[in-house]
Design a protein around this ligand. Structure first.
Ligand SMILES: Cc1cc2nc3c(=O)[nH]c(=O)nc-3n(C[C@H](O)[C@H](O)[C@H](O)COP(=O)(O)OP(=O)(O)OC[C@H]3O[C@@H](n4cnc5c(N)ncnc54)[C@H](O)[C@@H]3O)c2cc1C
Ligand SMILES: *[C@@H]1O[C@H](CO)[C@@H](O)[C@H](O)[C@H]1NC(C)=O
Ligand SMILES: *[C@@H]1O[C@H](CO)[C@@H](O)[C@H](O)[C@H]1NC(C)=O
Ligand SMILES: *[C@@H]1O[C@H](CO)[C@@H](O)[C@H](O)[C@H]1NC(C)=O
Ligand SMILES: *[C@@H]1O[C@H](CO)[C@@H](O)[C@H](O)[C@H]1NC(C)=O
Ligand SMILES: CC(=O)N[C@H]1CO[C@H](CO)[C@@H](O)[C@@H]1O
Length: 429
């Protein structure tokens, strides 16, 4: 008879080493706690694109003492959001500054942010024990009640807590929503696709555009909107790179869309953006390559937790990138794990753990779901058919998105609001 070896046990098992998983590994580090991160890929080629952290997400990251890891990555402060029509005329400029939102909106190269998070998660210099990351370790599912996580190579590990941070096609999600109204919920086509273009700034010629319309060196996000297409662009890595996300109607809405990294010919992008200013097309035409990314999101789920498992990030609330909130919402999730699991240790019961996981879902659900819904709204045609009237109002959403000071504060605010409403009703009665 074979001797059945003891399954390896960890306090926390995180599935997926994307931004959500790595941020959670950092956030959950504390004395005596063991953390294992299981990542399917070999983790040597993060998608090349720029990414932004909204003010209060960048503040959470600052609070983790990430600066030794981030400062060398040449992060940039986003100073303004600028909206142009297809003629290249400025419609709105929204200055972003620290006094308004309590922190800066930061721009990163995705690879750099990912690298810095990975270093911080595994560094000996951070509080608690370093997290262990195992790459080429795909997960096929889990048992939410016992905490067993099954790997594709047939082995398994056990976690007192399982954090499913395995992205939009999450395997842990399937288990968490089994038996709920959301059972079987999957990534759905959104009718949108995005070409991603990243170019080294010093490869660009002098652009034929006046500096008050567009300045390549300025640390700002610029959006150009046509009726059904738009370009969102800005600098990264201290100005060395310039990144564009070019949204178009999905050319193949029924397609599988399993990748955000399908190579696309530059001519195809230029063709799609004929109506856009020549100087934008000049930037695109100097890029080495473009990639097509079929955009998917998920419907709000009825739950994010079951037993010892919780899903976060894109696994829980994948959203369109129309507001650049995906990474920020993942960071906010990680902070919520930190806040609500601080009292959980190896002696905690399954019930204690589940209670805290429920508290996290309570704290995060409404906000993340609303931002998810806003991101869909923001995907509606951004300009009239003749492209003359721009219909997008970024200010409205920005106010809500950036008004956040952590999961516990959020719960308190909700409670205050309820109390106020109750008092008002009582006063009227
Ligand atoms: C090209 C691009 C540009 C973006 N730009 C922005 C932006 O400007 N601003 C913004 O806020 N957001 C942006 N986003 C979205 C943002 O990156 C995500 O919303 C955010 O990173 C949260 O992702 P995540 O960590 O939850 O999931 P992911 O980044 O998808 O990470 C999931 C990880 O889990 C791994 N994994 C998957 N399945 C398994 C499994 N079964 N077993 C083990 N591991 C598994 C994956 O390999 C991956 O490493 C962008 C996304 C992309 C792809
Ligand atoms: C920053 O924002 C505040 C509030 O909106 C505004 O009063 C102030 O002038 C801004 N500062 C800068 C430097 O733009
Ligand atoms: C399966 O993968 C895990 C995680 O990478 C590893 O620890 C384990 O040794 C592997 N088991 C086998 C049988 O290959
Ligand atoms: C308006 O913009 C779209 C791209 O979104 C373009 O295809 C169309 O030709 C433009 N229409 C006019 C009248 O400029
Ligand atoms: C942030 O939200 C609170 C209530 O939750 C509100 O009182 C405050 O005015 C908001 N601040 C901004 C800048 O919108
Ligand atoms: C706009 C906004 O909500 N900013 C908040 C970010 O967090 C700090 C506290 O950590 C608040 O004071 C800010 O109001």
């Amino acid at each position: 008879m074979a001797i059945r070896s003891e399954v390896e046990h960890w306090d926390i098992v995180i599935v997926g080493a994307g931004i959500a998983g790595l941020a959670s590994a950092i956030a959950l580090r504390q004395n005596g706690r063991s953390i294992l991160v299981l990542e399917k890929s070999s983790m040597n080629k993060e998608v090349g694109a720029l990414i932004s952290l909204q003010p209060n997400a960048s503040k959470i990251v600052d609070g983790w003492n990430m600066s030794p890891f981030l400062s060398e990555k040449k992060p940039m402060v986003d100073e303004a959001f600028r909206l142009l029509n297809v003629k290249g005329e400025l419609q709105v400029e929204m200055k972003l500054n620290t006094s308004q939102f309590g922190a800066d909106r930061m721009l990163y190269h995705r690879q750099d942010l990912h690298d810095a998070l990975r270093q911080a998660a595994t560094s000996k210099e951070m509080p608690g024990e370093p997290a262990v990351i195992r790459t080429s370790s795909g997960v096929t599912g889990c048992d939410c009640d016992s905490g067993i996580v099954y790997l594709s190579n047939g082995s398994s590990v056990r976690g007192s807590v399982i954090v499913g941070a395995d992205g939009i096609r999450s395997a842990i999600r399937d288990e968490v929503i089994k038996g709920s109204k959301s059972e079987g919920s999957k990534a759905i086509p959104t009718g949108l696709s995005a070409y991603r273009v990243l170019v080294e700034t010093d490869k660009l010629p002098k652009l034929d555009v006046s500096e008050d319309v567009f300045d390549l060196k300025r640390s700002a996000t610029t959006m150009i909107v046509g009726h059904d297409k738009r370009v969102i662009m800005g600098p990264g890595r201290g100005g060395e790179m310039f990144g564009l996300v070019c949204l178009v109607p999905d050319p193949n809405p029924e397609g599988e869309g399993t990748s955000w990294n399908n190579p696309a010919p530059l001519e195809e992008v230029l063709d799609a953006f004929q109506a856009f200013p020549q100087w934008v097309r000049d930037i695109i035409s100097h890029a080495p390559e473009a990639a097509l990314w079929q955009l998917r999101d998920i419907d709000p789920l009825t739950t994010w937790t079951k037993g010892r498992a919780i899903i976060i990030g894109d696994a829980a609330h994948a959203m369109l990138p129309t507001q650049g909130q995906g990474a920020s919402q993942s960071i906010e999730d990680a902070e919520a794990l930190q806040a609500f699991l601080s009292t959980i240790d190896s002696k905690s019961s399954a019930d204690d753990i589940h209670e805290q996981l429920l508290a996290i879902v309570n704290a995060r659900y409404e906000r993340a779901s609303l931002i998810q819904a806003y991101s869909r709204l923001q995907a509606k045609p951004a300009a009239s058919q003749d492209n003359k009237t721009v219909q997008l109002n970024p200010q409205e959403f920005m106010q809500y998105n950036c008004n956040y000071s952590g999961a516990k504060d959020w719960v308190k605010r909700q409670r205050d609001a309820e109390e106020l409403a109750y008092k008002q009703t009582a006063a009227r009665a």
